[in-house]
Each structure stands twice: as C-alpha cells, then as structure tokens.
Ligand binder design. Structure first.
Ligand SMILES: Cc1cc2nc3c(=O)[nH]c(=O)nc-3n(C[C@H](O)[C@H](O)[C@H](O)COP(=O)(O)OP(=O)(O)OC[C@H]3O[C@@H](n4cnc5c(N)ncnc54)[C@H](O)[C@@H]3O)c2cc1C
Ligand code: FES
Length: 239
C-alpha cells in the first residue's frame, strides 16, 4: 500500500459517455475489487475513486463538480498522484451472484466481475437514466456475465429502476450473494431487498473523505468509518 501519494502518468483515456471518462494509468497496485485510491491533484484537492482495475491502475470518473471536471481535462502523459489501495473491498463468495450497478457504480463491479471466476452464474443489472448513460456492458460480457440493462426513460433494455429488475430476478431464481454499487437510495433499496429475500449482500457506500485511512473521522456513518470499515458493507440476513 502506498501511504504517500505516488505520481503516475496517464497512459490512455476513453470517453464512456458524455460525462464519464476512464483513465488508465502507467502503474499497477495490488488491490481487491471494491477498494479505492485517494487521487490528489496538487493545489486543488484529493478525492476517493474506486478501482476499475489494478493492473494497469484504471479509474472511471463521472464529471459532477470541480475536481472531477479537472480529471476530465487530463490527457495522455499528464500526471496525477495516487495513494492506496484503501478500505475493505468485496469478499468474493458464492456460486450464483447477482451484481447491481447504478451510474459509475459499474466501476468497482466490473473489477469484481472479472475476479469472480469460481461463480457458475453471474448476472449484472446495469441501471441508468437513459440509454446514453449506459456503459461498460462489454466488460461484464467479457467477464462471463449475463447483462440486464434498465433505463428510467425506457430508451434501452427494461424500463424502470435497476432495483426493480434485481427484485424480479431474486423472486424468480436463487442467488448466493448480491453485490451492489450506485447512488445511496439504490443501495438502501438493495439492503431492504436482501433482508426481504433472505439473501446476503455487499454494498459499496460513499461518504465525504479527507484522510481515507481512519484518522480524521469525516466519513463517519452510524458509528463506522466508511474509509476504514468499508466502503463495502455486508447487508442481509447474516449482517
Ligand atoms: C469510496 C468512494 C469511491 C468513489 N468512487 C468513485 C468513482 O469510481 N468514480 C467517480 O466518479 N466518483 C467516485 N467517488 C466520488 C468522488 O470521490 C467525488 O466525490 C466526485 O468526483 C465529486 O467530486 P467533485 O469535486 O467533482 O464534485 P463536488 O463538488 O464534490 O460535487 C458537485 C455536486 O455534485 C453532487 N455529486 C457528487 N457526487 C455525485 C454523483 N456521483 N452523482 C451525482 N451528483 C453528485 C454533489 O452533491 C454536488 O452537489 C467515490 C467516492 C467514494 C467515497
Ligand atoms: S476519511 Fe478520515 S476517517 Fe475516513
């Protein structure tokens, strides 16, 4: 683990949607899916990002404010500073796994899907507001997943919410583990769904972070530190 920020150059960039960009860096880290790194842009800020891959280190950035907009401006050869990997990632268990991704929640789940080599059945439900905001389907197909697309405006796949489709799948077949990453209301719905269906789950949550390593307390949530005790938390019957 790099406790101090390490400078890395950008080796490749790819625009996934009009507001989401993937940066491939010229370095590697040994990390578990669900872990994150703190990305530092000197004189601007330092913020957490999940890993899409650890070798080469790959990050997917949604442009929502000043920091993410700055990361979108970076080009091949530009440098940024990274420390980590940090936090607790997903425990990889189960033969039949259901993954639920909303927005850039596909980032850690794409990394996870590639590592679930033992699972015989993998289904991922990817939700977005519209067709233009869906991305990474190919990564999940390559990892052996059946991909279910859901859009709120019905422009692709099923209409509705990602959690509606996940709920229907949980009603129709048995899964050993549910993994989810996405907006907070989606994760609350997944937590409730796991309890109701009696299926264990793991959700990756966000919080405002500063140190990223259990020191400053800014990511506290219900007595736990998201950066140290999470960002992945177990939910459902055994949690
Ligand atoms: C463990 C962890 C992993 C993360 N992984 C990723 C990742 O893989 N990719 C990624 O892009 N971000 C990720 N984030 C979020 C990221 O750290 C920043 O919070 C985000 O880039 C916003 O920073 P900003 O300065 O650009 O915008 P801010 O100024 O912080 O936010 C601008 C506005 O957008 C809103 N906002 C913030 N985030 C979102 C969002 N996701 N969707 C919609 N509105 C939002 C804010 O409430 C605010 O109103 C992660 C956060 C955590 C804690
Ligand atoms: S970010 Fe400092 S304790 Fe979690």
């Amino acid at each position: 683990m790099h406790v101090l920020p390490q400078p890395l150059s950008i080796a490749d960039t790819a625009l996934d949607t009009s507001t989401v960009k993937t940066l491939t860096l010229d370095g590697a880290l040994e990390a578990h899916p669900g872990q994150f790194v703190m990305v530092w842009v000197p004189t601007l800020n330092e913020k957490p990002f999940s890993l899409v891959d650890d070798d080469p280190l790959t990050l997917t950035i949604a442009k929502v404010g000043p920091f993410s907009a700055r990361l979108h401006e970076l080009e091949v050869g530009d440098r940024l500073w990274v420390r980590g990997p940090l936090g607790k990632g997903f425990d990889i268990v189960g033969d039949r796994v259901l993954l639920g991704a909303g927005g850039y929640g596909v980032a850690p789940l794409a990394f996870l899907a590639g590592k679930t080599t033992e699972a015989s059945r993998k289904v991922v439900v990817i939700g977005a507001a519209s067709k233009d905001e869906l991305f990474f389907q190919d990564r999940f197909v390559e990892a052996g997943c059946e991909v279910v697309l859901v859009t709120e405006d019905c422009s692709a796949g099923l209409g509705g919410l990602c959690t509606d489709a996940a709920d229907a799948l949980l009603r129709s077949e048995e899964f050993d583990m549910v993994y989810a990453c996405g907006p907070e209301p989606m994760l609350d719905a997944v937590e409730e769904m796991c309890r109701r269906h009696g299926v264990p789950g793991q959700v990756s949550r966000e919080a405002y972070m500063r140190c990223g390593m259990g020191v400053c307390g800014s990511c506290q949530r219900g007595g736990l530190l998201v950066c140290r005790d999470g960002p992945v938390f177990h939910v459902g019957p055994q949690s």
